[in-house]
Design a protein around this ligand. Structure first.
Ligand SMILES: [Zn+2]
Length: 272
């Protein structure tokens, strides 16, 4: 067996047996605390995200759908720029991430943040929800929270358990391209697969804290999900809801946790 094939085998074996328990974030005021099991490294997932993001942005550019509306781009960037420094509460290393945000002209209610801070906001979300700055901050805070908690890495780790036999066979034949398949997996998790109820609740709670600390009224998250809910019954239900399934006690949980972080919001706005 040649050297690259051998190292691919070792990599796969590490993935099979190297499942480790990690703490991705610190609790913050909202106190999110849950051990997570990862079968793939953050570095590998981030590299996959980088690749997938670059491909998707190039595709958007080709379709003339990338950052078309300068005012909207400036607005989304200004909001995310206020949220990003707040991530230090949950994980100091996030300050060193290569954060990036683009506005894509797609008539779909969607927004996301890939591992490592690669974000997208779709024009459809802003337009169809007629979103306020606070509501945009609520969406992006929620998305950033998924990235901080490395929910995609966790989801991919879970999938790998079932797909490993296939991957290992591929590696033995020297045809496994882990980088490409991880990029594909990140894109799939970001755009298509529903997140768990636990992941949603964590992102909601961390999201309201990020928004509050950035000086956005955290209670806007409640109105945001209510607006999403109203669109859900229409003929074009928000794509966002398919990847972020709503749970019935979401609104109650958001009420409780946005109240908990109100002092942070008051402190942030008093400084102005
Ligand atoms: Zn979510």
């Amino acid at each position: 067996m040649n050297r690259p094939a051998l190292s691919a085998v070792f990599l796969s074996l590490t993935l099979v047996w190297g499942c480790q328990s990690v703490d991705t974030t610190q609790g913050g005021t909202v106190g999110v605390d849950r051990q997570q099991y990862m079968a793939v490294s953050a570095q590998e997932v981030e590299a996959g995200a980088k690749k997938a993001y670059a491909q998707m942005m190039a595709e958007a550019q080709k379709k003339n759908a990338l950052d078309r509306d300068a005012a909207m781009v400036a607005r989304v960037r200004a909001i995310t720029q206020k949220l990003i420094p707040q991530t230090a509460t949950f994980r100091p290393d996030a300050a060193k991430w290569e954060w990036e945000v683009h506005v894509i002209s797609i008539d779909e209610v969607n927004a996301w943040c890939m591992p490592g801070g690669k974000m997208a906001m779709y024009t459809g979300l802003i337009q169809k929800l007629n979103a306020t700055d606070e509501e945009i901050a609520a969406v992006m805070g929620h998305e950033i929270a998924h990235a901080l908690r490395e929910h995609s890495r966790e989801q991919i780790s879970r999938q790998m358990g079932t797909q490993m036999a296939v991957g290992l066979a591929g590696a033995l034949l020297g045809i496994g391209d882990l980088g490409q398949s991880l990029a594909g997996a990140v894109a799939d998790v970001t755009l298509n697969l529903p997140k768990s109820r636990t992941a949603e609740q964590e992102a909601d709670r961390i999201g309201v804290e990020l928004a509050a600390r950035a000086g956005y009224d955290p209670r806007a998250a409640i109105g945001l999900w209510e607006k999403m809910g109203k669109l859900a019954g229409g003929n074009q239900p928000p794509k966002f809801l398919s990847t972020h399934p709503s749970h019935e006690d979401r609104i109650n949980d958001l009420r409780e946790y946005s109240a908990k972080v109100m002092p942070l919001y008051q402190q942030a706005t008093a400084k102005r």
